[in-house]
Design a protein around this ligand. Structure first.
Ligand SMILES: *Cc1c(COP(=O)(O)O)cnc(C)c1O
Length: 419
């Protein structure tokens, strides 16, 4: 069971609503930092363990900075994400660049800032060499294909576009070595939003064995083993979070057996979690705009899928708390909707809730990762603001809401003069 709590009192939240207006995403800096500390402590038995926060989950420099202060690096996959990591004060090997179908200018930027470069395909090795030049340390993303089962978000590895086969990985290492690369790492990311820790333990075993094979075949001792992200969170109250301490202990045990025990040196183990780092510490706070009663009951909000796409995209569950009404009987059933002209724009379908009225404040939980970040402007919808509840209890706006001017900013000058 996971109790769906807020990091502040109802009264404080009402004050914030009064000051800033809904809708907004609110992040809890204390929760984010404590959780990061807990993850690092759980893996502290591994030499030089590093978490590279997957920037795409919550691309805001204030959040990156808070995580960086706790020792996390950044996992970037585009030019703007590299710039964001720089903006937040991250440097060199604190940044991993894992992208796919990568353009030349992104490799150039990654090389310029000295990020660790992780290649998604064998063909990227000559491409990188010709465009940005080769770094002295490189890794490939491994896709085990039919050897492993995936889950819903990424799909089965065999069907996934990411990474290289084992044969290609070995060929890539040999070629890179011929071209003067001296140091190597391996990477994989085959699962997302998984709450069964055994998936990650199996992945660690697979990657540690791969490191052994690389040594046996090519005599290469990798310097890091990046196990990717994908640790899930309990979106539903009846679910439990992943036991990080258990995961850390099991990973350590496997490391002792397959790495230390085989004399493979002391490669750094890394994770690049996004969701579990910020997801549970963000809330979308929104107001009921209209109640509609036709064949079903609808609560129409002032937020829409431009602010949180996961329910529409994956049918994902997000818990909803009606502020100040949690002790009322949950004797109604609502579809909780946004205003997009798209019937998928529903935060919840057939959700038991107490009687709702115009102006009620609803708190949608677990929006701190892959929430605001996934937003878009379809149907002329503008994305909401982001607020940070800081360590000292103050609330800071860390991104303003989009305006109509932002929406038109990419058009040629034709608003006043017809195009
Ligand atoms: C999205 C992504 C992650 C983070 O995934 P989570 O499920 O948020 O932990 C990590 N690595 C890569 C390469 C990704 O694309």
């Amino acid at each position: 069971m996971t109790e769906k709590k807020l990091p502040l009192s109802d009264d404080k939240l009402r004050d914030i609503v009064k000051t800033f207006g809904t809708p907004f995403h609110l992040y809890d800096e204390r929760g984010i930092r404590q959780n990061a500390r807990r993850l690092l402590a759980a893996f502290a038995g591994l030499p030089d363990f590093k978490e590279y926060f997957a920037v795409k989950a919550a691309p805001n420099p204030f959040l990156l900075r808070a995580l960086h202060a706790e020792g996390a690096g950044a996992d970037c996959s585009s030019l703007p994400e590299l710039l964001l990591a720089e903006m937040a004060g991250l440097r060199g090997h604190e940044i991993v660049f894992t992208s796919n179908d990568t353009p030349e200018e992104e490799y150039r930027k990654a090389m310029e800032i000295g990020a660790l470069i992780n290649l998604d395909d064998l063909s990227h090795l000559p491409f990188l060499r010709e465009t940005a030049g080769l770094p002295d340390i490189i890794s490939f993303r491994y896709n085990p294909g039919p050897l492993r089962q995936g889950n819903a978000i990424i799909g089965n590895p065999q069907e996934a576009k990411y990474g290289v086969t084992k044969e290609q990985l070995f060929a890539g290492f040999e070629q890179a070595r011929l071209w003067g690369v001296k140091r190597f790492g391996v990477h994989t990311m085959i699962i997302s939003n998984e709450i069964n820790p055994d998936y990650f333990i199996d992945t660690a075993r697979m990657m540690f064995e791969l490191a052994g094979e690389l040594f046996d075949t090519l005599g290469i001792r990798v310097e890091f083993i990046n196990l990717g992200g994908g640790i899930g969170i309990p979106y539903r109250p009846e679910e439990d979070p992943v036991d990080l301490e258990y995961l850390g202990r099991e990973t350590e045990r496997l490391y002792a057996e397959h790495i230390t025990g085989r004399g493979l040196g002391s490669p750094r183990v890394a994770l690049e979690c996004g969701r579990m780092m910020t997801g549970p510490f963000g809330w979308l706070v929104t107001s009921v705009r209209h109640i509609k009663d036709i064949y079903k009951q609808y609560a129409g909000l002032d937020a829409c899928m431009a602010d949180l796409m996961r329910p529409a995209l994956y049918g994902a569950y997000h818990h909803i708390t009606p502020l100040g009404k949690t002790t009322a009987p949950y004797d109604r059933v609502y579809d909780v909707t946004g205003s997009l002209c798209e019937n998928n724009d529903k935060f919840a379908i057939d959700r038991p809730l107490p009687l709702l009225e115009r102006g009620d404040i609803l708190v949608i939980h677990d929006t701190g990762a892959h929430g605001h970040a996934m937003g878009f402007n379809y149907n002329g919808k503008l994305r909401s603001k982001e607020l940070l509840l800081e360590m000292n209890g103050e609330v800071k706006q860390i991104r303003r809401a989009e305006t109509v001017d932002d929406y038109f900013a990419t058009l040629p000058e034709c608003r006043l003069n017809p195009c």
